[in-house]
Every structure is written in structure tokens, then in C-alpha cells.
Design a protein around this ligand. Structure first.
Ligand SMILES: Cc1cc2nc3c(=O)[nH]c(=O)nc-3n(C[C@H](O)[C@H](O)[C@H](O)COP(=O)(O)OP(=O)(O)OC[C@H]3O[C@@H](n4cnc5c(N)ncnc54)[C@H](O)[C@@H]3O)c2cc1C
Length: 403
């Protein structure tokens, strides 16, 4: 069978001359990842982050994706980087560290055109929602997270002149350290850095099998039967991770949900940062564009896969947005996408070694845009040194019964 255009296979790549178990420490004098061959399945923000960090440390990395890097859920994300509504404490700590990792990354990877600081605004309409928001701000402050109260009048004067609030006195929570990122752009950059460090990228061909020898991971087989010998495999396949686990006979319970993202062409600069209003969530998306979203519309999607910009849910979202940002009167919907959130059934991240199959690792999570770069660094370290970071310790894949 011939491979599709654009696919790059490794039939002709000689197997590594020496291998090193994924959990053993590197030899003295060697780069941490010397000689380790890792297949990373999935080039979304999570897989790209892991591949980048592994390749930087000398691992021989093969990034494998059935589609283009960043074109999965990563391209259908609101991409708000935050730890705002994350509980319990261990999940908050992980996401807070994820936000801090994003803030550091631009210093390392200049120019960081994907990163958009500026914070996030949230306000509530009902008493119940206001009480919840007040309790959240208190909790977050107690956990060392930047959270402030502004009046709507102050916000209009200093941050968002075009946003319409119920009254000038409306209390608005401002989270100044939060941000949004252009997730496909960041993913592309991470893949490029991985390539510069020797990673090979094969796109357009699905992984169809993972072979084991003596109980541990030995090779990946692609559709078309190309065989890639590896020492370790990372499943960063997003919503496809359940199928990847099944290739090894392992259950991985996911409870995915769908979300609608609508991209608008707008005049001027109607919103400058992430805004969560009771009617709509909005953020900029490059010059002359906004992304809008709301949970209410998500709940109406059920099992719907495709959507067209002219479809009623997009219009409903736009009408909600105009109530909050009257300057959107002339805005038009340019694209609409339905994304699938890769959520482990207990709602928590699933990251680390799967002890049932030595050499097999998983990195599957919601909030993957916030968490991707951090997971990349910490999982690469775990794979190359055997050291499990305390931040990841509560999120091990082994918490699920694995057959
Ligand atoms: C509407 C919506 C809003 C969201 N908002 C936020 C937010 O504000 N902040 C936040 O942090 N997160 C948010 N998320 C979640 C976040 O977008 C995801 O957690 C993240 O994008 C997951 O990235 P990933 O790399 O794991 O998966 P993906 O981006 O889906 O990448 C997985 C890749 O694996 C490939 N693949 C799958 N199976 C195979 C196979 N068999 N062989 C080869 N390749 C394979 C796919 O082609 C894909 O490219 C949102 C998600 C949605 C849907």
C-alpha cells in the first residue's frame, strides 16, 4: 500500500544501535536522552510539547500524526491559559504551574507571537453566580493567585471600553496574569524546535499498532504497514487516546465533550483580552478577528460533528455576543468549528508511565492548552530520568484499572 502525499515513513531508517530503557538514568557524560528512541503519537499542543523537550535533551524522537500538527482539538480551543476554576488543590496547582510555564516560555522561544497577556475578566448576573464568583476569588487569593475586583466603570475606562455591563457599579473580577495563546501557532513552533533538535515528523498516516517484545514497547506500525522500532511510545492522541490504549489491550476511560467555537471578522478592536460574560465568552484572535464561545451552546451540540458558519447555533452565539459588545453589529461569522475535549472520565489529567506495559506513556488531558508546555517538560524528565514530578504524582494513568 502506498503512503498518502505528505506522509514520511521510517522504513528506511536504521534501527538504533543501542537502546536504553525509558526508566533508566543516562550514562555519565551523555545527554539525558542519548540513544532513546521515542515515538510520540499526536502532534497537538501536548504531543508537540513533549516531543520538543525530549528532542532538546537528546532523545531520538519520531512525531507521528494522522493529520497536520495542531489540527486536532488544539485548533478548536478557546485557548485561555488559566487555573481559574480548577479544583481540588492538586489540579489547581498543576494548572497554576501550567500558566507560569507559559509566562516563561516566551523568554526561551523568541519571538513569542503566540502569547497574549492581558488577563481575563469575569462578571455574574444572578445571585447564585455572584456568590460562586466571590467565593472563587477568595479561594484563589488564598492559594496565591492574582485576583482583583474592579467596577464596570473602571474596566470601561482602563481595559475594555466597548464592553456593555449591566451597570457602572457591576463588580468585575479581574485575573491579571491569565492569557490566551494561539495554540496552533505555538504547536507549530514546538514542532519546529523539535525538528531542529533532530526529531522527525511523519504526518498523514495513522498509527495502527504498537508492538511489544518481552512485554515492553518495541515498535509502532503505521497504516500501510511501515514499522518504526522504538524504545518508548507516548500517546498524546487527544480524543484518539482511547483507541491508542486499545491497541495495547488497555482500557482508557474518556468522557469527551464537544464545544462550538465561532470566529468573527470584526471592525477595530472591540475586545482586548479574555472576557467571560454571563452571555458569551470572547477573546481576540489576531487582527480584525474575535473568537466567541458559550457553554450553553455546547450543551446543545450533543453528538453533532460538523457545523457551517450559517447554521443557527453560530447565529445564536453572535446575537449573544452583540448584547455584551454592541460594536459587533457589523461582525460576521467567518468560521465555526466543533472541538472534542479529551477528558479522562474522572475529569483529571492522565500523565505518565503505564506500568502494565513498560515503555508506554500517556498524556491525555482537558485544559491541554494550559497544561501542554508544562506536561512536555515534566514528562520528558520522567521518561529520561525516571523521576516523577510531585505536580504530576496525583495524575498517574495507573489510577485507572488497566485490565
Ligand atoms: C471548545 C473547546 C474549548 C477549549 N478551551 C480551552 C481553554 O480555554 N484552555 C485550555 O487550556 N484548554 C481548552 N480546551 C482543551 C484543549 O483544547 C485540549 O485539552 C487540547 O487541545 C488537547 O491537545 P492534545 O494535543 O492532547 O490533542 P489534539 O490537539 O487533539 O492532538 C491529538 C493529535 O493526535 C492525532 N492522532 C489521534 N489518533 C491518532 C493515530 N491513531 N495516529 C496518529 N495520530 C493520531 C490527531 O490527528 C491530533 O492531531 C478546549 C477544548 C475545546 C474543544
Amino acid at each position: 500500500m502506498s503512503s498518502p502525499p505528505g506522509a514520511r515513513l521510517w522504513d528506511d531508517v536504521a534501527p538504533p544501535t543501542a537502546t536504553q530503557p525509558a526508566t533508566s538514568a543516562p550514562e555519565q557524560g551523555a545527554t539525558a536522552g542519548d540513544m532513546l528512541t521515542v515515538g510520540v503519537i499526536g502532534a497537538g499542543i501536548v504531543g508537540a510539547s513533549i516531543a520538543c523537550r525530549l528532542a532538546q535533551q537528546g532523545a531520538r524522537v519520531r512525531i507521528l500524526d494522522a493529520a497536520q500538527p495542531g489540527s486536532g482539538t488544539t485548533s478548536s480551543s478557546f485557548a485561555w491559559v488559566n487555573a481559574n476554576q480548577k479544583t481540588p488543590r492538586d489540579y489547581f496547582d498543576l494548572n497554576h504551574a501550567g500558566l507560569e510555564e507559559h509566562v516563561r516560555l516566551p523568554d526561551e522561544l523568541q519571538p513569542a507571537i503566540w502569547f497574549h497577556a492581558g488577563g481575563n475578566l469575569i462578571w455574574a448576573e444572578t445571585t447564585v453566580d455572584r456568590d460562586e464568583l466571590e467565593a472563587r476569588v477568595e479561594r484563589l487569593r488564598g492559594w496565591g493567585y492574582a485576583a482583583e475586583w474592579w467596577s464596570a466603570a473602571q474596566v470601561n475606562a482602563e481595559l475594555e471600553p466597548a464592553v456593555a455591563f449591566p451597570t457602572p457599579e457591576t463588580a468585575v473580577a479581574f485575573f491579571p496574569d491569565e492569557a490566551w495563546v494561539d495554540a496552533p501557532q505555538l504547536t507549530g513552533r514546538l514542532v519546529a524546535v523539535a525538528r531542529r533538535h533532530g526529531a522527525e515528523v511523519g504526518v498523514g498516516t495513522a498509527v495502527e499498532a504498537i508492538e511489544t517484545a518481552g512485554g515492553r514497547v518495541a515498535a509502532i506500525r503505521l497504516r500501510g504497514s511501515a514499522r518504526i522500532p522504538v524504545d518508548a511510545v507516548v500517546s498524546a492522541a487527544g480524543p484518539g487516546a482511547e483507541r491508542i490504549a486499545a491497541l495495547l489491550g488497555l482500557p482508557l476511560p474518556l468522557a469527551p465533550t464537544r464545544g462550538l467555537l465561532v470566529r468573527l471578522a470584526v471592525e477595530g478592536d472591540p475586545v482586548r483580552r479574555v472576557v467571560h460574560s454571563p452571555r458569551v465568552n470572547a477573546r481576540p484572535d489576531g487582527r480584525g478577528h474575535l473568537i466567541i464561545h458559550h457553554d450553553l451552546l455546547d450543551r446543545q451540540l450533543r453528538d453533532r460533528h460538523g457545523i457551517h458558519p450559517a447554521d443557527p447555533p453560530c447565529d445564536a452565539l453572535l446575537r449573544r455576543a452583540r448584547e455584551v459588545i454592541p460594536a459587533l453589529e457589523a461582525a460576521i461569522v467567518v468560521t465555526a468549528r466543533i472541538g472534542v475535549r479529551p477528558i479522562p472520565r474522572d475529569g483529571r489529567a492522565c500523565v505518565g508511565a503505564v506500568s502494565a506495559v513498560p515503555g508506554y506513556y500517556e498524556a491525555v488531558t482537558h485544559s491541554g492548552v494550559t497544561l501542554g508546555p508544562l506536561i512536555g517538560r515534566l514528562l520528558a524528565r520522567e521518561m529520561l530520568s525516571g523521576e516523577v514530578d510531585p505536580l504530576l504524582a496525583p495524575f498517574r494513568p495507573d489510577r485507572f484499572p488497566r485490565g
